[in-house]
Write a protein that binds this ligand. Structure first.
Ligand code: NAP
Length: 329
């Protein structure tokens, strides 16, 4: 409880654990931006699976307690700290990270993690850009070195990252195959750049993919659930094919021999291993996508801040993704 300072609504985590450790508070002090920081009035914040891993305390990066989760905010600059030249009060922005936490009415972010949000995208869409699109771009362009004309399988295409990969891959001239677990998800995947879509809950869908494109024809796989799919992925790849592991929630057994004849690559990805220069490069490509119009974030389930516990339950135990989950602040 703070006195003498403006107060705001925010989610606070006082101990690591299940979704129930997310506590709604209306007496959190509005933070003040320091050097090279901005204060953003938050209208929407993306919910990312990583928010749940961090909250549970099992993730490699642990914040000091108590903390407010949330990386991808969209809103308006409320105030700037010293030495901020790129932004002024009133600018519409989105972020790829925050310092004080995005599940709140106001959030502090370092100025090099803040980007201009074009007028044609609303704040909900703005909250769906950060982690998903920067991850998608890193996976496809930086890690996989995907080239126009290649075939990409977006293994898990209906969520935040998957739809972003579909849009980018289509704009870059790849043939795009996606997978999703529900009919609604598959329709959204087809509307967002995929040429074909498959049901990853169907027993024989891998055979259907092979039947559609031929044996050993997939150049790049962007993998959202490697602990389930990695062995199958190796059997789908072309010679010189690459699997980029974006998501994995456990171990899996593979046969290393499956990588030998085709000289396949299995490449792990961590968005936050990107350098500042790489973030700037990804941002430039994505800004172009917003200007030209191929970057169109798909907003899925929306929850008010007070319902954050439900949001964290549902993003992990989803009955089927239909775009990016966001919190409305
Ligand atoms: P999301 O919005 O919750 O989407 C999850 C996706 O996984 C959905 O498309 C879902 O499809 C799909 N999926 C479910 N079962 C699957 C299966 N058997 N095979 C393939 N896909 C399956 O999550 P997200 O934000 O897109 O993130 C996806 C994953 O990437 C998460 O594990 C996240 O932690 C990770 N990630 C990692 C990084 C990094 O830096 N490495 C960055 C961002 C995200 P249906 O719901 O239609 O079944």
């Amino acid at each position: 409880m703070a006195t003498g300072r403006k107060l705001m609504r925010a989610i606070r985590v006082f101990e690591f654990g299940g979704p129930e450790v997310l506590k709604f508070r209306s007496d959190v002090a509005v933070p003040i931006p320091n050097d090279h920081q901005v204060l953003i009035k938050v209208y929407a914040c993306g919910v990312n699976p990583v928010d749940t891993y961090i909250r549970s305390g099992t993730y490699s990066r642990k914040p000091f307690l108590p903390y407010t989760p949330g990386l991808d905010v969209a809103g308006v600059i409320e105030a700037i700290g010293d030495n901020v030249t790129a932004f002024k009060k009133g600018d519409r922005v989105f972020t790829t990270s925050t310092i004080s936490g995005g599940y709140a009415e106001f959030a502090i972010a370092a100025d090099d993690t803040v980007y201009t949000l074009p007028e044609k995208l609303d704040f909900k869409q703005g909250a769906a850009i950060g982690v998903p699109y920067f991850t998608a771009y890193r996976a496809l362009v930086h890690s996989a070195h995907a080239k126009a004309g290649e075939i990409v399988l977006v293994h898990g295409a209906s969520g935040g990252v998957g739809l972003a990969v579909c849009q980018i891959a289509r704009a870059y001239g790849l043939k795009v195959l996606g997978t999703a677990g529900t009919e609604e998800g598959r329709n959204i995947v087809l509307q967002n750049g995929a040429h074909e879509v498959f049901n990853h809950r169907e027993a024989n869908y891998i055979d259907k993919i092979k039947k559609s494109v031929g044996e050993n024809k997939i150049d790049v796989i962007i993998e959202m659930l490697a602990n389930v799919n990695l062995s199958n992925d190796l059997n789908l790849l072309s010679y010189g094919g690459r699997v980029i592991i974006v998501g994995s929630r456990g171990p899996i057994e593979i046969n290393p021999r499956d990588t030998m004849a085709k000289e396949s690559s299995i490449i792990g990805l961590a968005l936050y291993s990107s350098t500042k220069e790489e973030f700037q490069q990804f941002a430039a490509a994505l800004q172009a996508g917003m200007e030209v119009g191929w970057l169109r974030p798909v907003v899925g389930p929306q929850y008010p801040l007070e319902k954050v516990v439900q949001a964290h339950e549902n993003i992990i135990h989803s009955s089927g993704a239909t775009g990016k989950m966001i919190l409305l602040i």
